[in-house]
Design a protein around this ligand. Sequence first.
Ligand code: OAD
Length: 247
Amino acid sequence: MTSSLPTSLVAALRAARRVAILTGAGVSAESGIPTFRDAQSGLWATYRPEELASPEAFRRNPRLVWEWYAMRRAAVLAAEPNAGHVALAELERLVPTLTLITQNVDGLHARAGSRDPLELHGNITKVRCSVEGTFYATWAEDGDLPPPCPACGAPLRPHVVWFGEQLPTDVLQQAWHAAEACDVFLSIGTSGLVEPAASLPRVAYSHGATVATINLDVRERSEERLFYLHARSGVLLPQLVAQLARA
Ligand code: OAD
């Protein structure tokens, strides 16, 4: 586990005009939300996310997929942002320009105070018509599941990107441009297995940024402009913010 932050990384952050950050499920793990690589538990233990988070699964068994998301939505709404989320919201106030890009669909960055996080994979607390795309803030849970769209009757679906679906183009473009333009890129709590998010750190590095990867499955090492820190985000990020806040 990282004992102390590399001084050259803190210096790079202090000097940075633009910082871009990519977060993954590891940042929400300390809020009690399982990561994707954690085994599913309870009645969902027999399913892998890939078997439920796809248009095919929704077509094959819309009720099962709707109920899986309803369970996860309830868990997310019952969870609280952790110290890592709060530190990232504070970091926004310490650097001139910060772009927060997240693969997480739990909405915890916004609840922690981050302004306008780029939600590459959508937001599980939002629901839309599977045909018209209209968003609905409320829906009946006591009738047919998935609830039918009040306007056209098609099933409502969670506003998340499923396997095989395209990411929202405008959000992805903003994330790509932020990675190209930043001075420092932090990749936090992600296994870096799912494209196109996984390419963002490489885009930043190839455009001259200093890149730090923070998660629990890296071997600690630092090279010029490249840092791998084995640490819990809820522990390391408050330390990073505290150091930056010092004059
Ligand atoms: P993963 O579950 O693939 O990876 C979680 C990462 O977080 C791992 O690298 C862990 O080491 C790390 N980790 C766990 N606890 C941590 C902690 N307390 N502090 C820091 N790191 C920690 O989750 P993602 O990389 O986010 O896509 O998965 C990416 C995408 O794959 C998801 O957005 C989802 C999934 O398929 C879609 O649903 C489209």
